[in-house]
Design a protein around this ligand. Structure first.
Ligand SMILES: Nc1nc2c(c(=O)[nH]1)N[C@H]1C(S)=C(S)[C@@H](COP(=O)(O)OP(=O)(O)OC[C@H]3O[C@@H](n4cnc5c(=O)[nH]c(N)nc54)[C@H](O)[C@@H]3O)O[C@H]1N2
Ligand SMILES: Nc1nc2c(c(=O)[nH]1)N[C@H]1C(S)=C(S)[C@@H](COP(=O)(O)OP(=O)(O)OC[C@H]3O[C@@H](n4cnc5c(=O)[nH]c(N)nc54)[C@H](O)[C@@H]3O)O[C@H]1N2
Ligand code: SF4
Ligand SMILES: [Mo]
Length: 741
């Protein structure tokens, strides 16, 4: 039997691990024998997690869609040809646009697109060219506070600095659990290995989290904190830094505006004032400020626990502020700006937004009336926009790689609203809890059928590099690729039947626009390519990126062919100071204390006096899950039930609850029943549920997941409980009652 080894980068999370995919057989009989780490991968050097080996299972999953699905007269989804599927999309979408205008159409674009070769690059066309006035995304159940901070402080919503973990000696992790997530807005293979290495070289690692996570278990110290109070803690750290004369801006002092404003704003935020609400001792807060200021290489890192909470923007902004005030910004071992080899079309500046200016509220959500922030309103507005009649009602929805019924607040209400749409088209590989409502599902390819080179993820990587993976399995040449599907959908939004859309022409135009942004002539450059599509864009963005050959004018620069010739990847070195190039604010300076963010301090101050709320719910992740979509992989579902309510034994005893007993959890939005798991590794007053479960809906086709359904925590998440200045959902820290069933 013929055997082969294919080198691939795993597209499932930010670690970007190099894999060896061993196949046997050839042609249509070829199958994967095993997947093992690629020890020679220049980036991951042999790191892997249990998800990486399941790419074959995902490819072979009998539930994965290989052909489009179209809803028939019987109300069921049936397999269809691509011609039939495109025709049905046109038949449903065109009349909506013709009768109600493009304002009646919206899209929800989900997380996997950030990791996908085609989708990450061509989503720009669906969003930019279709005329759809606004889209929804889990960005506001994720990192929008960071985007707001970056926009206001550095002048670019995607200019997000990351901790230089490989060269730091004090790593303070707030609201992140890399032992499960493998890092987020922090691409670094084997983060837990880096944490061990910090400790081996005599450094310290601190974890600030309501839960003693797998990361806290491997750290020097776990600092339990009450959910939603990190901003108060960090304001007190800032207070101490000023009060005790510890402020040092280091190498960037000449670039920072707003120091005095911040000093003034932090004047009454003493550790004693916040100790009660945070649950962190005042002396511990003082010591933390001194430790940070006194360690030459130190860094504070905040992630989803700091974003998905009531004061997400303040907390995320303060993480950067504390690093800036302690000379741990734009220097080795501190918070630094990555330099991706290929620039990402997804990070292009948004039309109508000036970096550094809080020009939000350019429009408001029709039903809830909330102002947009960086183009987004809370994703929980979507169900109201569908179900509330009137001018501007949403009648057509396109979902791309998303499962908002499980992944977004008030998912249940969205579930109930989706059948009211006149047209729902999903670009997705499974019939999941959301896409089961679609009129047409247009599937993409499995990871092993596509080429791969990360796009967004390198923008958050602790080092620069490039890694290209060729497809393992061949695919019929005439099978529409996802990039083509997105172009056709954009055309349909403009009133053209999907089959008639000039895919190549639009693709050429897209290339030309991107080339023009680099001061290059697209039509001339295109003569050098035999075909269009994502690889041509990748080559353009690599060649015009910071390490590129600029089409021959930079002698040692890189291009896609060179990357392809290096199957284990190209290492382009660690992060280097870059603030001066990154800053795109109107003043050209770093805005330390944006008025827009400071304006939220009174809301935080009011929080200090709010009485304790019984129990509050938080979220968590598990290494063998990936948001809502990998519970159909048998190997990942082995072992005990993971969808449990973590609870402190003393809180349970007060309510007559026992380990493994069933509890009823109720919030202002909903109620569900779930088994309890007792642990002393959670702060009293806090309970924790994982998200991405609730696979028991009729019509979904996820055989394995359906046998381990779990419950949907987002049925409990109140849609209006948000970080008000970013519109980001606060899925952590809302009150719930828990009682024995
Ligand atoms: N309570 C709570 N809720 C949360 C979070 C939390 O911490 N707590 N986290 C939030 C975060 S950070 C995120 S990012 C969101 C995620 O929310 P979503 O972005 O909605 O992602 P998923 O729920 O994982 O759904 C991903 C979908 O993509 C499909 N898919 C997978 N690969 C491909 C592909 O290659 N092509 C196509 N076309 N489709 C594909 C899968 O079938 C699945 O339907 O969840 C958020 N929800
Ligand atoms: N295995 C796996 N990996 C993933 C994903 C997955 O679902 N599974 N999802 C991917 C995605 S889309 C993302 S965005 C990343 C997220 O990656 P991370 O940010 O590392 O997310 P989590 O692992 O959920 O860790 C968040 C932590 O925040 C804590 N927390 C909750 N509320 C608060 C609070 O108010 N304050 C503080 N200080 N902490 C709080 C929680 O207890 C939890 O331990 O992971 C990515 N990687
Ligand atoms: S950590 Fe796991 S899921 Fe993430 S890239 Fe590596 S193998 Fe894939
Ligand atoms: Mo995410």
């Amino acid at each position: 039997m013929e055997t082969a080894v294919h080198l691939r980068t795993c597209p499932l999370c930010e670690a970007m691990c190099g894999l060896e995919v061993h196949t046997i057989g050839r042609g249509p009989d070829m199958r994967v024998e095993k997947i093992v780490p690629d020890k020679a991968d220049v980036w991951s050097k042999g790191h892997i997690c249990p998800k990486g080996t399941t790419l074959a299972a995902l490819h072979e999953d009998p539930d994965r869609l290989r052909v489009p699905m179209v809803r028939g007269a019987d109300g069921e989804l049936h397999e269809a040809t691509w011609e039939e599927a495109f025709a049905r999309c046109s038949e449903l979408l065109l009349p909506v646009v013709a009768e109600h205008g493009i304002g009646a159409v919206t899209a929800y674009v989900g997380n996997p697109l950030a990791h996908a070769m085609d989708l990450s690059r061509y989503i720009g066309i669906l969003i930019g060219m279709s005329g759809i006035p606004m889209i929804y995304s889990p960005g506001v159940v994720d990192q929008w506070p960071k985007n707001v901070g970056a926009h206001l402080m550095y002048g670019g919503m995607w200019s997000i600095p990351v901790p230089d973990v490989r060269r730091t000696d004090l790593f303070v992790v707030m609201g992140a659990n890399p032992s499960a997530s493998q890092g987020s807005l922090l691409a670094c293979p084997d983060l837990m290995g880096e944490i061990a290495a910090i400790r081996r070289r005599g450094g310290r690692v601190l974890v600030v989290d309501p839960r003693r996570t797998g990361t806290a278990d491997k750290a020097d110290e776990w600092l339990p904190i009450n959910p939603g109070t990190d901003a108060a803690l960090l304001m007190a750290v800032v207070h101490v830094l000023f009060a005790d004369g510890l402020v040092d801006l280091g190498t960037i002092a000449d670039l920072v505006d707003g120091l005095d404003t911040l000093h003034e704003a932090s004047a009454d935020w003493t550790p004693e004032r916040v100790a009660g609400v945070t649950g962190v001792d005042a002396q511990r807060i003082r010591d933390l400020a001194h430790e940070l200021a006194g360690t030459s290489r130190a860094v504070v890192y905040g992630r989803i626990g700091l974003c998905n909470q009531e004061f997400g923007t303040l907390a995320s902004w303060l993480v950067d502020v504390v690093n800036i005030l302690t000379a741990h910004f734009d220097v080795e071992g501190g918070l630094m700006f990555p330099r991706a080899a290929a620039w990402s079309v997804s990070t292009l500046p948004m039309e109508g937004l000036d970096g550094g200016a809080p020009n939000f509220g350019r429009w408001h959500a029709r039903v809830r009336g909330v102002p947009e922030v960086l183009g987004h309103v809370p994703v929980s507005c979507l169900h109201e926009e569908i179900s509330t009649p009137g001018e501007g009602q949403i009648r057509a929805l396109i979902t791309v790689a998303g499962n908002p019924v499980l992944s977004t607040p008030e998912g249940d209400r969205l579930d109930a609203a989706l059948p009211q749409l006149a047209c729902m088209i999903s670009v997705d590989n499974w019939v999941n809890e959301t896409t089961r409502h679609a009129d047409v599902i247009l599937p993409g390819l499995s990871a092993l059928e596509q080429a791969h080179h990360d796009d967004l993820i390198w923008q958050f990587a602790v080092g620069s590099g490039a890694k290209y993976s060729a497809p393992v399995f061949p695919v019929d040449a005439d099978r529409p690729r996802e990039w083509e599907i997105l172009i056709r959908l954009a055309g349909a939004c403009l009133g053209q039947p999907m089959a008639d859309v000039d895919v190549a022409g639009i693709d050429d135009g897209f290339f030309d626009v991107l080339a023009m942004m680099q001061g290059l002539d697209g039509p001339t450059l295109r003569e050098g390519y035999s075909e269009g599509g994502p690889e041509r864009l990748l080559d353009l963005t690599l060649r015009t990126g910071p390490f590129g050959d600029r089409y021959g004018t930079v002698p040692d620069g890189i291009n896609l062919q060179q990357v392809k010739d290096s199957p284990h990847g190209v290492d382009l070195g660690p992060m280097v100071p870059a603030l001066r190039e990154v800053l795109k604010t109107a003043s050209g300076r770093l805005v330390l204390a944006p008025d827009y963010i400071l304006g939220d301090l009174p809301r935080l101050a009011a929080r200090l006096d709010r009485p304790a709320e019984g129990l509050v719910l938080t979220s968590r992740r598990h290494l063998r899950s990936n948001n809502s979509w990998m519970h159909n992989v048998p190997a990942l579902m082995k072992g005990k039930d993971r969808c449990t309510l973590l609870m402190h034994p003393a809180d349970a005893a007060e309510r007559g609850l026992t380990d493994a007993g069933l509890a009823k959890v109720t919030s202002s939005s909903g109620s569900l029943e779930v088994p309890v798991e007792l642990t002393d590794g959670i702060k009293r007053g806090v309970v924790s549920l994982p998200h991405g479960w609730g696979h028991d809906r009729p019509g979904a086709r996820l055989g394995v997941a359906g046998r381990h359904p779990g419950v949907n925590t987002n049925a409990l998440s109140p849609g209006t409980f948000v970080d008000e200045i970013s519109n980001n959902a606060a899925v952590n820290g809302f009150p719930v009652t828990v009682e024995a069933v």
